[in-house]
Design a protein. Structure first.
Length: 566
């Protein structure tokens, strides 16, 4: 009896001791998550903590279970109602939910989002290693650190030469000494370069590239999270072709909840007449080329710009970046046109996935003004690379012709030296699905002959009616092309009529004639919808343009000045 009691007591002691250990461990982990994610905390010792955590995992073997902290496995973080006001205030700092981001571990777990076919592929890319270059201006602590940790945690060590951070003259204290102290303790060499003054991402990336030692350069934005197996397939494509410039699929990290949301492997990069980068569906042509195997890299006409790998030597051979570009914007299309026109190749490697926090607004200042910066950068792109197709941009933005875009002689000399192909070749061979018609008889406003009424897309979307309002001579939504395929096109939409008597709608241009086929008669000024044999008319301002029996009345007469086939 007594023996049983003693035994009982011993069991109790063991249970008690185990509980205490678990309790302490819990506290430790909670402290770890919160302290590490807090931008104002002193983070010097965090890495040691991470190492300790790893050790504890080994000893206790509980590391295999999925962690359950905020945002783990890429889950959304919801802020309690009581904190909403503070959350909204914090949102303004970076234009994403900083409070949510700060709650999430810098080492948070993510699901393996690759398609099944990708998981069994093997790669031989041991001969190439990469420098990862991350430029930032006033980035948040938690997003920057999560980018760095996700690179370290999910890249095979032998493929990762180093991480280079380039601080584009940030004004936040924690990005100074505290950051330098933090990165000293990481298991991969991390360097910080500081720009003396605000330069923008192009010159910051050039600075990072200059001091890099890896054979490949991999650029990432400062608010990314790399997933399992992201790096190997990128390097593999460069090993196969050193002129390949490769991007991962860019998944979405919600700016609101930081949920990891998988992006589509069925979109690629394009651009519209305004020279904005846009995602569009991958063409059937490209699907066929890959034999419908979605796990094969896809050739994309343009890249988003933020996340890509390129062979270091090739980067310089092909003209690195246009250092005349300021702050933000334009460099992604410039590089896309340059790579394709000068003999390279841009691919989205669908087996590589990296998340990125897409924002609705820009969080930082634009010295000299947004318009000036964007117009300068875009003018440099169109003037060097687009030949006569730059007219689309200028017709839509006639005002930019007054923007001084600096000297481009060096860039033109580069194009000459590399014997790069014309933009027309690019449109024909790389991007035949583009919204830029290869040939057209007219580009400009479509004005009613006897009035001041112009056709106007009103900035409406696919499926909506086209409008007609007073001509403003400012380009924009009043620019139309009469294409060689006899479409009336405005940016990426075409005038489309599917019923006798209208309405005239905006639809994606399909290039198959049908409801989008028009004729223009220079003598009678009539715009005739071929299928219905009716004419375009617009009774008066405010009324929707329609089609009706061709009568030759004034409301059916349209001026397409200098209408001419090439
Ligand atoms: C996209 C690209 C971005 C860049 C941009 C066009 C992706 C995911 N992102 O916009 O990389 O190509 O299009 O220019 O494809 N930064 C500086 N200095 C500045 C401004 C920005 O260092 O003056 C940094 C910024 O902290 C960030 C990176 O440059 O790390 C890109 O800026 P962003 O995140 O505002 O650009 P994003 O994603 O809207
Ligand atoms: Mn970004």
């Amino acid at each position: 009896m007594r023996y049983i009691k003693v035994k009982h007591l011993q069991y109790c002691k063991i249970i008690l001791a185990t509980s205490v250990v678990w309790f302490l461990l819990d506290i430790f982990l909670i402290m770890y998550f919160f302290e590490c994610a807090n931008p104002t905390a002193n983070c010097e010792t965090k890495v040691k903590q991470t190492e300790k955590q790893g050790l504890l995992k080994k000893i206790f073997g509980f590391g295999d279970k999925a962690p359950t902290g905020p945002g783990e496995m890429g889950k959304a973080v919801h802020i309690p109602k009581a904190e909403e006001e503070r959350m909204k205030e914090m949102f303004k700092i970076n234009q994403f939910n900083l409070m949510a981001s700060d709650l999430i571990s810098v080492n948070r777990s993510l699901p393996d989002v690759r398609m099944e076919a990708c998981k069994s592929k093997s790669y031989e890319n041991s001969e190439l290693d990469t420098s990862v270059i991350i430029v930032f201006h006033n980035e948040a602590w938690s997003t920057l650190l999560r980018t760095i940790h996700s690179v370290i945690n999910r890249s095979p060590r032998h493929l990762l030469k180093e991480i280079i951070l380039v601080d584009d003259a940030s004004e936040r204290e924690f990005l100074g000494k505290p950051l330098e102290n933090y990165i000293k303790n990481l298991s991969v060499p991390v360097h910080v370069e500081r720009m003396e003054q605000r330069n923008g991402l192009v010159r910051a990336r050039l600075r990072g590239a200059k001091r890099s030692l890896g054979k490949v350069l991999t650029f990432l934005d400062a608010h990314c999270e790399c997933t399992t197996g992201w790096l190997e397939p990128l390097l593999e494509e460069i090993r196969k072709n050193r002129r390949a410039v490769v991007c991962p699929i860019i998944d979405v990290i919600s700016d609101d909840t930081f949920e990891y949301i998988t992006g589509s492997d069925m979109t690629w990069g394009g651009f519209n007449w305004k020279l904005n980068f846009r995602w569009y569906p991958v063409s059937q042509r490209e699907m066929d080329r890959r034999g419908n195997d979605r796990s094969l890299p896809l050739r994309t006409p343009t890249m988003a710009g933020g996340l890509f790998s390129i062979h270091r030597d090739y980067f310089y051979e092909v003209g690195s970046y246009d250092s005349g570009m300021d702050i933000w914007g334009g460099e992604n299309l410039e590089m896309s046109f340059r790579i394709w026109q000068c003999g390279g190749e841009i691919m989205i490697v669908t087996c590589s996935r990296v998340g990125h926090v897409f924002r609705k607004l820009s969080p930082y200042s634009w010295p000299g003004g947004v318009a000036k910066i964007l117009n300068t950068n875009t003018r440099r792109t169109v003037e060097v690379w687009m030949d006569s197709y730059k007219e689309f941009f200028y017709k839509v933005n006639p005002g930019v012709k007054g923007t001084d875009f600096g000297d481009i002689t060096e860039r033109l000399a580069l194009r000459e030296k590399l014997q790069c192909k014309p933009f027309r070749w690019y449109l024909q061979n790389i991007y035949p699905e583009s919204q830029m018609p290869l040939n057209y008889a007219y580009l400009g406003e479509i004005r009613q002959k006897a009035t001041n009424l112009c056709l106007d897309s009103m900035g409406r979307k696919q499926g909506e009616n086209v409008g007609a309002v007073g001509c403003h001579n400012l380009g924009g939504n009043q620019v139309f092309a009469f294409t060689a395929k006899k479409e009336l096109q405005t940016d990426d939409l075409c005038l489309d009529v599917s019923a006798i008597g209208g309405p005239v709608k905006l639809f994606k241009c399909h290039g198959l004639s049908g409801n989008q086929l028009w004729e223009y008669d220079k003598e009678t000024f009539a715009l005739k919808h071929v299928n219905s044999k009716q004419c375009l008319g617009a009774p008066k301002t405010g009324d929707m343009p329609t089609i009706s029996t061709c009568t030759g009345e004034m409301s059916q007469k349209w001026l397409l000045k200098d209408f001419e086939w090439d």
